[in-house]
Design a protein around this ligand. Sequence first.
Ligand SMILES: Cc1cc2nc3c(=O)[nH]c(=O)nc-3n(C[C@H](O)[C@H](O)[C@H](O)COP(=O)(O)OP(=O)(O)OC[C@H]3O[C@@H](n4cnc5c(N)ncnc54)[C@H](O)[C@@H]3O)c2cc1C
Length: 336
Amino acid sequence: MPYQEALEALFEAFRANGILCKWNEPLAGHTSFKIGGRAALSVWPTGRAQIILVLSLWRDFGDGCPLCVLGKGSNVLISDKGFCGLVVITTKAKRVVYEEDEVEDRDAFRRGVYCHVYTECGASLTALALACGDEDRALSGLEFAYGIPGTVGGAIVMNAGAYGSDVERVLISAEYYDLSSGEIATLMDEQMELDYRHSIFLEHPEWVVLSGVFKLSFGNGEEIRAKMRANIESRREKQPLEYPSAGSVFKRPVDNFAAKMIDTAGLKGVSVGGAQVSEKHAGFIINRDNATADDVRKLVCLVRDEVEKLYRYRLECEIRYVSDGLDGDCGWEYVE
Ligand SMILES: Cc1cc2nc3c(=O)[nH]c(=O)nc-3n(C[C@H](O)[C@H](O)[C@H](O)COP(=O)(O)OP(=O)(O)OC[C@H]3O[C@@H](n4cnc5c(N)ncnc54)[C@H](O)[C@@H]3O)c2cc1C
């Protein structure tokens, strides 16, 4: 196996520091597509400090072995060959701190307008939205995020959004670890270059998001929860949630909708192997029957080609392909 020595050194270093790690973990189980081969070595840091430790150990002992970071794997397609390096899975780093819990007079604080919510990168976005909207907190701003099945880190990187809002509207800063220098830095507001399904982190795969701070306003708990219920009902009605998928495969073109274009091209229900363009929502590709990453990639190409013939427009992929890493880089590409 390539990088065997480096991976063994990392395994020993993680074990010596009490950090959970495993050989040959099947990655399919860590993705919403339920597709993908095994990771040579996987590690589950339990908080910000352990993530920093894992990444600095990788700098010390990794010896060039590829590294990739996964949140909940809900926007990725992982190679059937798996990943030959280290996969850092962030879902156990999920501490959340509410500014109002830190102040002495909560009622006086609440008369102000906003509350800052600090969260580690592995916190579930949906769980965070729920907790913010509970009776006690009634914090408004993350209603759109309820039902997006990712982590805060993945949502920051992708600038996740839905129902007329997105991360950009509520995120005020993000802290990251730079794998190339070993330094930790914080980006504020425009520095994160948040735009439709885009952030500066997509251009810097060597930056690992450690945490983010959201600015939420105090609202009416009933209204917040009603909005979240309406959003999830609309998802259940419109999206093929009964099948594994990675959500919308393509970005929304200006002045049109990918799903509408795919539908008009007559592609609803079209399959390659076990992968199918959803009959319910043409923007989704579903894993209908033991699909492979290869099936999905071929179907993505077919859809893009057919839509291009009709519209003279090439759809851009939103989901990220994780290659096997054998070419030595971190493995991230857009699905082509
Ligand atoms: C049924 C369904 C519905 C969906 N609906 C929506 C929707 O309405 N709106 C929307 O925007 N998205 C939607 N998605 C897509 C997905 O849930 C979001 O993009 C989500 O934000 C991805 O988070 P994740 O933790 O799963 O990221 P992953 O899929 O694990 O990773 C995505 C990318 O982010 C990188 N990454 C993850 N964590 C970090 C980190 N800490 N530091 C650096 N890089 C990191 C990964 O390397 C990868 O490049 C949907 C997906 C599904 C399956």
